[in-house]
Design a binder for this molecule. Structure first.
Ligand code: C5P
Length: 308
């Protein structure tokens, strides 16, 4: 987080990272309509940039490099409004969002922006909230938002909002991550809504991956399971085609991230990852070459420092 003491407003700029789901076990449907999950998420270095500038009037405004996202439903703006309402403070802010993470893609871009807004505005507005309060506000914005208050590698349970950070132990064999975003958007609600009981699992994929990562072993590829994948690949021909293209280009495995449509694979060496990336780009796909990242500075732990 870079702090700049500018006139007339104080401002700060943060990078908000995307995530992938290494596993996603859907345990079943809950009585509140959500699904019980066990999922392992990792932040990757594909990021949006968010700047926050203090305004001394009461206005909170958001402008985005993608004008269609400069709306009241933008999750970063909603995070600001929820924080303001909860604390009753009356400062305003200008939020400038440089969007790079594809939207409605299963990469958590909107959720990451929301978590960053909670963290940055808590500092900018000199609020004192406990970690528990921030986690509760984050969960009210979306199931993935609490994860982004931590970032890194984590086990997420409940509807996704119960986060247990894991040690920074992303395997070297999977150092390079190639993400492919098919040219469609997918609604998370419709993907969950189309699930059937045969997509449910008992969490064993997630537990096996957590155990392997904690012991410094490479998880078995058979456990890189995503219970949402079958439905998405069957319903969206563009995802099935992209999956086939990745395998054809030499990917050792292909998984859906979250509710998709983004697919990912992992490779040990930069040269082979670049080759794969180039081959898919030449076929006209939107592809990103990234790595796991542990954003230590913009995390929840920072809030235990005294406000400046
Ligand atoms: O929590 P979030 O607003 O991101 O969820 C979007 C939608 O995805 C929910 O309204 C719900 O339909 C579905 N969902 C679910 N189970 C989860 C998370 C999301 O059914 N654990």
């Amino acid at each position: 987080m870079q702090w700049q003491w500018l006139q007339p407003g104080i401002s700060c700029t943060v990078r908000t990272y995307a995530k992938i789901n290494l596993t996603l076990d859907v345990l079943g449907r809950r009585s509140d309509g959500y699904h019980a999950l066990a999922t392992v998420m990792q932040t990757v270095d594909l990021y949006d940039t968010l700047s926050f500038t203090l305004r001394d009037d009461e206005q909170v405004r958001l402008v985005c490099t993608q004008p269609e996202l400069s709306t009241e439903t933008n999750l970063a703006l909603r995070a600001a409004m929820v924080l303001r309402e909860y604390t009753g403070q009356r400062y305003g802010a200008l939020i400038e969002l440089q969007k790079r993470i594809p939207s409605a893609a299963g990469l958590g871009g909107g959720s990451s922006d929301a978590a960053a807004a909670l963290l940055a505005l808590t500092r900018l507005w000199r609020l004192s909230l406990t970690s528990e309060e921030l986690l509760r506000l984050a969960a009210s914005l979306g199931s993935d938002v609490p994860f982004f208050l931590y970032g890194g590698l984590a086990l997420c349970e409940g509807r996704g909002e119960l986060v247990t950070p894991l040690p920074s132990c992303w395997p070297a064999e999977w150092r390079w991550l190639v993400l492919l975003k098919p040219a469609i958007s997918v609604s998370t609600a419709s993907v969950f809504g189309a699930l059937t009981a045969r997509d449910y699992s008992d969490g064993s994929h997630t537990w096996a991956v957590c155990a392997a990562l904690r012991e410094g072993r490479l998880p078995d590829l058979a456990h890189l399971y995503n219970g949402l994948e079958r439905g998405v690949v069957e319903r969206y021909a563009a995802v099935a085609a992209a999956r086939a293209a990745l395998l054809e280009a030499g990917a050792a495995f292909v998984r859906l991230s979250g509710s998709g449509p983004t697919l990912f694979t992992a490779l040990a060496h930069l040269e082979e990852a670049q080759r794969l990336w180039l081959r898919l780009q030449e076929q006209g796909y939107e592809v990103y070459l990234t790595q796991a990242i542990y954003p230590s500075v913009e995390s929840l732990t920072l809030l235990s420092l005294p406000a400046r």
